[in-house]
Write a protein of this length. Structure first.
Length: 197
């Protein structure tokens, strides 16, 4: 099945990305995971491997501060690298929910577990068919990217003074309400239809 969501490429295809170090840090409760990431030296890291061979990379610093990280999806030597965003993933999940509500809700439940500190590899090992036959981004990409996006938010906007990861999770939770999702889906479809004509 082809991806319908097309991320904006940032890198140049064919130009290798040099990863300085490959590491694995298991997810943990938010503050504990944040502390582990804050201890990383400033480098580029390969932090996750996806089922299709793509990689999740993080670079530190990310641009906002010395403690910030940037999260990247690396497509491989002949592909490009791109940054997954809240908007991209949210739109993808909305599409999954409209395609098959029950399976889409299972993806949201898995994201809640990642948010709470469970590692995506453990979730996927328990449910290897999670998100199977759903359109859009692979579920392992969503879970593993958000693991790192959320710690990025916690580093930039540390709780309790700021919301950190909570702000984006609150937006994802809103998608569980069928009325909200249906209204938003219809509004988005009408907007797209207007743009086509």
């Amino acid at each position: 099945m082809r991806r319908r969501v097309k991320p904006s490429p940032i890198g140049r295809p064919g130009i290798p990305v040099r990863v300085v170090e490959s590491i694995r840090i298991k997810n943990a409760p938010p503050n504990e995971f944040r502390q582990k990431v804050l201890q990383l030296p400033q480098l580029a890291y390969e932090v996750e491997t996806l089922r299709d061979g793509r990689k999740i990379l993080v670079t530190k610093p990310g641009g906002k501060s010395a403690d910030d990280i940037m999260v990247w999806v690396y497509e491989g030597p002949m592909g490009s690298h791109w940054r997954p965003s809240h908007k991209l993933i949210r739109e993808d999940i909305k599409h999954k929910l409209s395609f098959h509500r029950e399976k889409g809700l299972e993806v949201l439940e898995a994201l809640q577990k990642v948010y709470d500190g469970e590692d995506p590899d453990d979730i996927l090992a328990q449910n290897p068919h999670l998100g199977e036959n759903l359109p859009g981004l692979p579920v392992d990409l969503i879970l593993k990217a958000y693991k790192w996006i959320w710690v990025q938010e916690d580093c930039n906007y540390p709780p309790p003074k700021y919301q950190g990861r909570k702000m984006s999770m609150d937006e994802l939770i809103k998608l569980k309400n069928p009325e909200f999702s249906l209204k938003e889906y219809i509004a988005n479809k009408r907007q797209k239809d207007r743009n086509i004509t």
